[in-house]
Design a protein around this ligand. Sequence first.
Ligand SMILES: Nc1ncnc2c1ncn2[C@@H]1O[C@H](COP(=O)(O)OP(=O)(O)OP(=O)(O)O)[C@@H](O)[C@H]1O
Length: 251
Amino acid sequence: MLSLTIENLSFSVRGRDILKDINVSYMENQMSAILGRNGAGKTTFIKCIAGMQPHGGKVTLRNGKQKLDRTSIAYLPQLEKVTSSLTAFEIVLLGLTKNLTWNVSDEQLEKVSKIIHELKLDNLSDQPVRSLSGGQKQLVFLAQAFVSEPKLLLLDEPTSALDIRHQLVVMETVAEYCQSKNAIALYVVHDLMLASRFSDSVLFLNNGTMHAFDHPESVLNSQTIDPIYNIESLIEKNSRGLMTLTPLKPL
Ligand SMILES: Nc1ncnc2c1ncn2[C@@H]1O[C@H](COP(=O)(O)OP(=O)(O)OP(=O)(O)O)[C@@H](O)[C@H]1O
């Protein structure tokens, strides 16, 4: 059984606490949203887990008794403007850089073709990524994250700048990946309704501390949300039992 355990995770810069004593754990097949205001520490949190940021405390990714290292983790940064003239195929191939040499093997090319096919990107394969739409780019970079078959996906705002349909496509693709590979996905997101729809748990960070960590239905309520964002909101359940949030006013 795959598990990710985070104990007393802390990070400070010049005496300022950016993250303080975060304790959370996740099990395989789980998707979990990381929520909080701008500057709350969300990106720093997933960078620490990815091993990209020196930190205090302990992060342990384990499959049964076996400890897994960074090669089992894929990190997808916030997509800035992509200006690369590499093709979609080449971008996905770069997801295998840990194992790439000057000679790319048929097996590696086959892996790339397979994931491109699974994400229905075949007809974009030869196009430079800079020519693709935001949604298409996001899927290409997800394919890059998937191609090494990581056990832990860390996604920083994978749905930002996407229309509603592409948000659903991306989130469903991640959910299917977690189920089929018995993986864990943590994703930073600002859309609370998307978090409620695609999470087994949500972590609310507030000024670098853990404000709440629980099932979405226990956490996504006005008592938790309003003080964090300093707003007044109306939160209701619709006929399908899913959350709807109407922001009423800033306080
Ligand atoms: N290496 C660093 N040196 C100095 N300050 C840092 C460093 N890393 C993060 N910070 C600060 O820590 C705070 C949290 O940053 P972080 O990017 O993690 O926030 P965030 O919740 O992801 O924000 P956003 O929603 O705006 O993307 C910010 O004030 C940021 O400036």
